[in-house]
Design a protein. Structure first.
Length: 302
């Protein structure tokens, strides 16, 4: 029988901020920490979490501050966290929770690829499998996507944040609304071909100092139709992990048997049926202990 039990919990980051999280417990000792993408709530990763749970692996998902269940009661206007807090504080709290309970691995999406090098203690993780990680620079995108991004950064975003006091990502069909401080920092780094590695700002220089010290194995998985994080964008960013073994994995919709993957499809069930077994196999090669897969392991649509 597939375990389906899940429990909502509250994590407390080192700076005292309280975060909404969900654990998917099972009989195994190993853990997967799911690292969310920018503006994406933890509920989006529930299907993958249940799949890993059915393989005998405990899973924790977390909402970063300002997102989903971690949104402040008063709303986002005037709420000014640093974008880095999502990595150094929020994801770090989930990693600490899991690694205090057993061997822990990261399965990440987009932002989570950046977060590994920003964690105060990345050594708590045994390995990381990250989808859709990239440098964010528009120059790696097709021309049509470049125009959309230019409008977001230079027209829509500045006007919307000035009027609302936050960035209304939900209105654009891109996840949830985000704090204006997160939007501005994200925009700043996306100006550069190698993201914050190219930013001369002293704050950014301090941030990237720890990347060379990351030594865990990393799989960086990108689809050929992920316009926000094409393989070239991935390669530009992940070369910053100079001390880690980074395995660049490029997938196509055709080989996965789907019409499209895009930036979000990696964690949708129709893609997951082909991709998630590969995810678990790679993590197993790096020590993750699972139970044998069966025909009923993939959770069925509800």
């Amino acid at each position: 029988m597939i375990p389906t039990h899940e429990q909502d919990i509250t994590l407390t980051a080192d700076d005292g901020y309280r975060l909404a999280a969900t654990i998917f417990p099972t009989h195994g000792s190993d853990w997967i920490v799911v690292g969310s993408a920018t503006a994406v709530p933890r509920r989006f990763y529930r299907r993958f979490a249940r799949y890993a749970q059915a393989r005998g692996v405990n899973v924790i998902t977390t909402d970063y501050r300002g997102i989903g269940g971690s949104r402040p009661p008063g709303g986002l206007r005037g709420f000014m966290p640093d974008y880095v807090d999502w990595s150094r504080q929020d994801l770090a709290a989930a990693v600490a929770y899991a690694s205090d309970r057993g061997p822990s691995y990261l399965v990440g999406h987009s932002l989570a690829g950046h977060a590994i090098g920003l964690l105060p203690d990345p050594y708590r993780l045994r390995a990381a499998w990250v989808a859709a990680g990239g440098a964010g620079w528009h120059g790696y995108m097709p021309s049509r996507e470049q125009r959309k991004v230019w409008l977001l950064w230079n027209v829509i975003g500045p006007v919307a944040t000035r009027l609302l006091g936050y960035q209304p990502m939900k209105a654009f069909g891109i996840g949830e609304d985000i704090p204006v401080s997160v939007y501005r920092r994200w925009k700043q780094w996306c100006r550069f071909p190698h993201y914050f590695f190219d930013d001369p700002d002293p704050v950014s220089r301090d941030l990237v100092a720890g990347f060379a010290g990351v030594g865990i194995p990393i799989a960086a998985v990108n689809a050929t139709d992920d316009w926000w994080a094409l393989p070239a964008s991935r390669d530009a960013f992940f070369k910053g992990y100079t001390g880690a073994t980074v395995e660049a994995v490029t997938v196509t919709p055709a080989e996965l048997g789907v019409r499209e993957v895009g930036h979000m499809g990696y964690f949708r069930e129709h893609v997951g049926r082909a991709l998630w077994p590969r995810t678990m196999d790679w993590l197993q090669m790096h020590g993750l202990r699972t139970t044998p897969v069966t025909a009923s392991t993939m959770p069925q649509a509800e």
